[in-house]
Design a protein around this ligand. Structure first.
Ligand code: PLP
Length: 354
């Protein structure tokens, strides 16, 4: 019997991830430390006194206000969902169902996967060989300026995943100015680890949207919470696509507690930046591996053979992520910056530390 399922779904691959157990887990760019115990206790205590039999806010209004206050945005322009990966799909539904999605390659897998699942036509613009973003090539891919949209969605991760590169803000300004009929989505999942962010650009352009997440620097990947910072005009329409009462009481309370105590994030980011530098310096001495400069909490490394490098590290208890199936990333593996001990274990396994 033929299943009554759209061909685009049937022909799409699964999300590319195989869980593997290892003592040193540096494969998913998570925070190196759990949400602090004292904050977990505080959140659980608050939850104990709240009514669980009632629905939460329709559109996570209270949490949107707390996020907006922290990120210096407007609550009306903040749209919260259960992970920023949900927003990647919703923004295509908003502007590009049956339309166009333009992004770069190599890239975070979901932009292309969701574009295919939602029947959008996908254009992937190769990065330059130094992993920098070629804005002129992106502009060429958009085609001739044809006035107001909707033409589709452009996805640019900044910092870029999985290379860790950071495109220049003035280049993004040029892109934003040249694509008024497109929704320009800048995925800032790793912005805490970078020198700057794109809020000013998004404030000045209603068609620019930022995606952020609690999964990385906030140490709350298991909570599943992400959000968009958008113009109020875009946010109002986007909310129509977000499931009502979608953000749970538990997600709301844990994130509120986190936002009331942002100091732990700043401390951890400082550790990550220090450790990233230590790892990059040690890796620079490797006889055959080449590490790329990174503005995120991970490093991309080109090796002569990704399968061999991955297996050799795993044999010593260190799990990293292979990236060699991505465009232009032959031989590449990606390692998350972990705790100092985990990073030392990685460097030892790579033969770079006694
Ligand atoms: C660039 C990028 N965007 C978005 C996400 C998804 O984050 P979330 O956990 O909020 O769904 C990830 C997760 O690894 C990512 O690397």
């Amino acid at each position: 019997m033929t299943l009554p399922i759209r061909p685009a779904v049937l022909s799409s691959p699964d999300y590319p991830f195989n869980p593997v157990d290892a003592p040193v887990k540096l494969d998913q760019n998570e925070s190196f430390a759990d949400f602090p115990d004292a904050l977990k206790a505080m959140a659980l205590e608050r939850l104990r006194h709240l009514p669980w039999h009632r629905y939460t806010d329709l559109n996570a209004e209270a949490l949107s206000e707390a996020i907006a206050a922290h990120d210096r945005w407007t609550a009306e322009g903040t749209v919260v969902t259960t992970g920023s990966n949900v927003l990647i799909s919703l923004l295509i539904q908003l502007c590009a169902l049956g339309g166009r999605v333009v992004t770069v390659t190599p890239n975070f897998a979901l932009y292309a996967l969701d574009a295919k699942l939602l029947g959008a036509s996908l254009t992937e613009v190769p990065l330059r060989s130094d992993a920098s973003l070629d804005i002129d090539a992106v502009l060429a891919a958009l085609g001739p300026a044809s006035g107001d949209g909707p033409h589709g969605v452009i996805y640019v991760p900044r910092p870029h995943a999985p290379t860790g590169s950071l495109c220049a803000l003035d280049e993004l300004v040029r892109l934003a100015q040249a694509c008024p009929g497109w929704l320009l989505v800048i995925d800032e999942a790793y912005h805490h680890f970078a020198a700057d962010d794109a809020r000013e650009l998004a404030r000045r352009h209603d068609h620019v949207v930022l995606l952020r997440t609690f999964s990385k620097a906030w140490g709350l990947a298991g909570l599943r919470l992400g959000y968009a910072l958008a113009s109020e005009a875009v946010a109002r329409q986007l909310r129509k696509l977000v499931p009502p009462f979608g953000v749970s009481l538990m997600q709301t309370v844990c994130a509120q507690v986190a936002l009331e105590h942002p100091g732990y994030v700043q401390q951890r980011v400082a550790v990550t930046l220090r450790e990233r530098e230590r790892m990059a310096q040690a890796l620079a001495a490797h006889p055959s591996w080449r590490v790329l400069p990174s503005q995120a909490n991970f490093l991309l490394i080109r090796t002569p053979d990704a399968a061999a490098a991955h297996a050799a590290l795993l044999a010593q208890g260190v799990l990293v992520r292979r990236q060699d199936s991505l465009h232009g990333l032959q031989g590449c593996i990606r390692v998350t910056v972990g705790t100092a001990d985990e990073n030392s274990a990685f460097l030892r396994a790579a033969g770079l530390l006694a």
